[in-house]
Write a protein that binds this ligand. Structure first.
Ligand code: URA
Length: 228
């Protein structure tokens, strides 16, 4: 879209928002209605409300073994969102995603992309730590992933980077192996693109594959530059 046209559209939407019109409704009906011009404060408020709603969640048995619900963290207006699998030991204690060894590697990946952790939003498919860091059960994913979907809905990133098999398969509703999914963009919903890549825990065990992840995230960098 040409920059001047983009500016005109954005001015028009600002005026509409000032008059309380916050949804675009297609002539076909309200199914495609989407919030427009959500401000940082609105997104923060919506995320805080969602966090509050699930802070004592007991919807699955993982709640009995957790120390904290690990909701997610980062920029509510992020253009890039990373989605992992589930909190581990450190995340459960600190109530923050990706703060252990895998998290340190994720931070390096983010910095290699010329971004900071504060620029992006980080969340997981499961909000509570599975015992001994075992794989998520399908039932846990079914119960918990609507929270992730609501987070994405609020943040509306341009790109989601799905880290590993569970994030990619959950968000794409497929059982294709990560080796076949990774490295290409999928159209998620509402114009959001999704790039699956290997999980940082996998990279800690297979450091030789870091170059593959670097190739994948370079595609994301290019996509973000193009869409800015
Ligand atoms: N692995 C994940 O998938 N998420 C975390 O938060 C930490 C490790």
């Amino acid at each position: 879209m040409e920059a001047s046209f983009k500016k005109q559209v954005s001015q028009h939407l600002e005026i509409e928002a000032a008059f309380g019109i916050t949804h675009l409704v297609s002539p076909a009906g309200s199914l495609t209605a989407r919030p427009i011009l959500e401000s940082r404060e609105q997104k923060t408020k919506s995320l805080d409300a969602l966090r509050e709603e699930y802070k004592n969640c007991q919807m699955c048995p993982l709640s009995r073994g957790r120390t904290h619900v690990v909701f997610g963290s980062g920029n509510p207006e992020a253009e890039l969102m990373f989605v992992g699998e589930a909190p581990g030991y450190d995340e459960d204690l600190q109530a923050l995603p990706f703060v252990g060894k895998a998290g340190q590697l994720l931070t390096k990946i983010i910095e290699a992309m010329k971004l900071k952790r504060e620029d992006v939003y980080i969340a997981n498919c499961l909000k509570c730590r599975p015992p001994q860091n075992r794989n998520p059960l399908p039932s846990e994913i079914v119960i918990c992933s609507p929270i992730l979907e609501k987070q994405i809905e609020i943040i509306q990133p341009k790109v989601i980077c799905a880290l590993g098999k569970f994030a990619a398969q959950t968000l794409l509703k497929t059982d294709e192996p990560i080796g076949r999914l990774r490295g290409r963009f999928f159209d998620w919903h509402r114009g959001i693109k999704l790039m699956p890549t290997f999980h940082p825990v996998y990279l800690l065990r297979n450091p030789g594959d870091k170059k593959i992840v670097w190739e994948d995230v370079q595609k994301i960098m290019k996509e973000l530059e193009v869409s800015i």
